[in-house]
Ligand binder design. Sequence first.
Ligand code: IFM
Length: 407
Amino acid sequence: MGDRSAFLWGVATAGHQVEGNNFYADIWLLEQVRNTRFAEPSGDACDSLHRWREDIEITAALGLNCFRFSIEWSRIEPAPGEFSEAWFDHYARVAAACRDAGLAPVVTLSHFTSPRWFAALGGWSDPEAPVRFARYAEQAARRLAPLVSHVITFNEPNLPLMGRWTATPLADATRAGLDAMLAEAARQSGSDRFGVWVYSRGEDDALAHLLAGHRAARQAWKAARSSVQVGMSLAVPDAQAVGSASGLAAYRQFAEAPFFAAVRGDDFIGVQTYGRILIGATAVLPVPEDAERTESGEEYYPQALGAAITHAHAETGLPVLVTENGIAADEDGQRARYITAALESLDAARDSGVPVVGYIHWSLLDNFEWRRGYAQHFGLFAVNRGDFTRTAKPSAQIYAREVRMRR
Ligand code: IFM
């Protein structure tokens, strides 16, 4: 299994989902508009803006050696070209505290959110978008490259394409609701084209801009410190063909191939796996009726991880960093079983020769699960919504034990 001591074992968080009061982010506005499609607003989230030291401490206490967090572009660059040294200082302190606690800081530059001004200018559909992202990435590299071990440019940028390929009547209704919400955000912003990539249709020109942004960010970070490991994290379910007319190849060509091509030259491919999808002729098939389900209604299928990382490595030739893997579970025992089984599939993939450099569990905390609000429980720690107290769930100790067995 290679050099065990260098393997990263971590937990993941994301700014908007845990920090709280991310006022200047595009998604904050989407949560507030009258026709929002969000179950509830993010509000104070987990108050990690003030409790980040505790988040780092509880991670280190599990015996892990890696902590993933995102820096919030809208805090760092609240207006185009205006950078906040104070916010850079904040994120530099977080990264330094990780290092002091023996945790490799893995930083995401864009975890779904962008500044409102960026969205109001059209988001990724605007031809200037790659230049805007490159400017932010360069400034972030200037301040944070000395402290950070790995950089993830984008989190799951392939989601809109996955959604487009799997369009169903239900998805069409959801689409109409999202479009109306985006139109209202545009109206409130005095813009006619408020663009938020994760809720977009994944149009071709916007995709090309985003991938150009990835390349520019990689260049900026490598120029700042060549040893920083740079990659992009993709949603990679274990996609399985069903029937002789399965559209699996078409799905992969559409939702994966552009990204696998764009990561050529990266240091790693970030893989985020939650389960499998069954691909029929032109659509993803429903979860089998007799399947065990997770809290989010998805199939409980932990062994997806091994297949997903094997596939991502085969397609890219890159070492794999599992940047997310986890389960929404209101019954914590299901999460504990999931972790054990997922890590067994990871072991099998590594034993078969797939180079894997780390495993980062989603998530440290029960947090703001985007449009579903706080109703989904992905955390190893519960968070009291009144006073933000973190309480370890038994699965946190199971994860710690599984990691100890492998180090
Ligand atoms: O919460 C999300 C995260 O932001 C991105 N990957 C999937 C997670 C669970 O849905």
